[in-house]
Design a protein around this ligand. Structure first.
Ligand SMILES: Cc1cc2nc3c(=O)[nH]c(=O)nc-3n(C[C@H](O)[C@H](O)[C@H](O)COP(=O)(O)OP(=O)(O)OC[C@H]3O[C@@H](n4cnc5c(N)ncnc54)[C@H](O)[C@@H]3O)c2cc1C
Length: 486
């Protein structure tokens, strides 16, 4: 079974041990519960489309381990074309679901990061992490599972390292090393799409020193493993009355975030890919962000494509030719193609790691992260600008009021413009959803903060070479060092 059907995917989630809570209640079935079903449906598109000729090339590829057809989300990214497919896939998934499908893509990036990192650990230390990862991956591809990803958290006081925290559990850590595995304690706050995932891939959260070696860990677990408790966070749509009438198409997706609580979870050795090798934590994080921050430009471009379409629909429904908004729409296009294009460029200028994985250009990937944390907000602003007040939160009556026998006809009469009131409202509802609801999360901090990315740009940007260029062109022969040293 290298490629599952949508129904097989749903069945696999139903068969899992319930361990996800929301509003202090256990969610028995993530595929039907209102808090999680949309995210499952959103992720499920990837299974439906894998068999469609039009999308097959984007959603599937060939395993370099077995030569079998597999989901691209479970592949090792081996060249720039694979990375381009990553960006295209993410843009497409956003267009289809209206929001993020992190319960597949973060796990994908995590496994790729550790594919390279375990190779290097083994080369230097003679361990067998890479073989373990390959064995697990082969099986994961055979089972065609969905995998969420977590760079460990919750970090506590940001000025202190993990071992300096008053509470040692503020970063996920190894509390016991057994012959057959490790026991871990701690938490992860904010992981996306976990309800739609069969497994969760864990990576170190930062670069650690020797004092923090118990925090240097990586492993993969079934989402329903013993002693793991998951709490779904609140969601912009929670408080909204159930507007099935307006929300049916939008419910084809909808990302959720969750908190993971590890209360002494046992991980068997065959699923452990780092356990104390602190020197390699920096590399694990860098390998992750080089791919993630490149391809996230595809996500926000897909999201922006819908913003453009939705804003144009409202304009037309309002009776306005979209030429009226030409400059604004062009700016939205420029924003979309900037993040998409820089991701493509980061892939193009990447290089092959000795393990066979592809590492994107760090400077461009981080430049993209900064744009991803900026441009989509402007695109949202423009979408609201074009749509008018009806596209902003709380400015239109509910579906139930539309149906009212007493005043529904009045709402319809006065919300009508160039198109019917219902079509106008549906388009405006989509603008609201995209700009204030599920469309927004992830741009600012998903994949790390923009300030963190700026530090990387400074570190990888080779500023001294630029100083040298200027010094030569200016005809300056003496050295001009930084006052007080670097
Ligand atoms: C929608 C969403 C989805 C997410 N999904 C996932 C996921 O699937 N998997 C996953 O692993 N993570 C996920 N995350 C978590 C994400 O990676 C973190 O939010 C991100 O790394 C930023 O960390 P933080 O939220 O703890 O912010 P903080 O670390 O608290 O940062 C807040 C601000 O303080 C700055 N700052 C932090 N520390 C310092 C310091 N020492 N000195 C100076 N400035 C500092 C930061 O640059 C930032 O500007 C998600 C986040 C969001 C918002």
């Amino acid at each position: 079974m290298a490629l599952r059907t949508y129904d097989e995917y749903i069945e696999s989630l139903k068969a899992m041990r319930p361990n996800i809570y929301k509003f202090d209640e256990l969610i028995e079935d993530v595929t039907t519960h209102p808090a999680t079903r949309n995210t499952v449906v959103g992720h499920g598109h990837s299974f439906k489309l894998s068999s469609e000729p039009e999308y097959k090339d984007i959603f599937t590829t060939t395993s370099h381990l077995t030569d079998e057809p597999i989901s691209r989300y479970l592949s090792v990214i081996q060249n720039r074309e694979d990375m381009w497919a990553n960006s295209r896939l993410k843009r497409r998934m956003f267009q289809l679901s209206g929001t993020c499908t992190g319960g597949r893509c973060v796990g994908w990036t995590s496994l790729n990061s550790m594919y390279a990192t375990t190779y290097d650990i083994d080369q230097e230390l003679g361990t067998d992490y890479h073989q373990r990862l390959r064995a697990w991956l082969k099986d994961a591809q055979r089972r065609d599972i969905t995998i969420a990803g977590a760079l460990t958290d919750p970090k506590g006081d940001r000025t202190k390292t993990p071992s300096q925290q008053d509470d040692p559990d503020m970063n996920l850590r190894i509390i016991e090393r057994r012959k057959d595995g490790i026991v871990v304690r701690g938490a992860k706050v904010m992981i996306c799409g976990v309800a739609a995932a069969n497994e969760i891939f864990i990576l170190p959260g930062s670069a650690y020193r020797e004092a923090d070696k118990d925090y240097a860990l990586s492993f993969v677990i079934p989402r329903d493993i013993e002693n793991l408790t998951i709490v779904e966070t609140r969601h912009p749509s929670d408080k909204r009355e159930h507007e099935e009438g307006f929300d049916i198409p939008v419910s084809e997706g909808g990302i959720t975030q969750a908190y993971l609580f590890f209360e002494d979870v046992f991980i068997p050795n065959e699923r452990v890919f780092m356990a104390g090798e602190y020197k390699f934590t920096k590399q694990a994080v860098f390998n992750f962000i080089s791919a993630y921050r490149a391809a996230i430009g595809g996500c926000v471009a897909g999201q922006g494509d819908i913003k453009i379409g939705a804003a144009m629909l409202v304009a037309r429904a309002n009776g306005l030719h979209t030429k009226v908004f030409k400059d604004k729409i062009i700016q939205m296009q420029i924003n979309n193609e900037t993040t998409f294009g820089i991701g493509i460029a980061a892939a193009a200028l990447g290089k092959e790691h000795p393990s066979g994985t592809w590492l994107c250009d760090m400077t461009l990937a981080n430049v993209n992260k900064v744009h991803v944390a900026t441009l989509p907000y402007e695109t949202s602003r423009l979408a609201q600008d074009i749509a008018g007040g009806i596209g902003e939160t709380g400015c239109m009556p509910s579906w139930k009021d539309f149906q009212s026998s007493r005043y529904g006809h009045l709402i319809e009469k006065y919300l009508k413009a160039s198109s019917s009131a219902e079509s106008r409202t549906r388009a405006a509802r989509l603008v609201e959803w995209l700009t204030i609801g599920a469309g927004v999360p992830g741009c600012m901090h998903g994949g790390g903060s923009p300030d963190g990315a700026k530090l990387m740009i400074r570190a990888f940007g080779d500023l001294e070479s630029k100083v040298e260029i200027a010094r030569r062109l200016a005809g300056i022969s003496e050295e001009i060092p930084e006052p007080g040293g670097r």
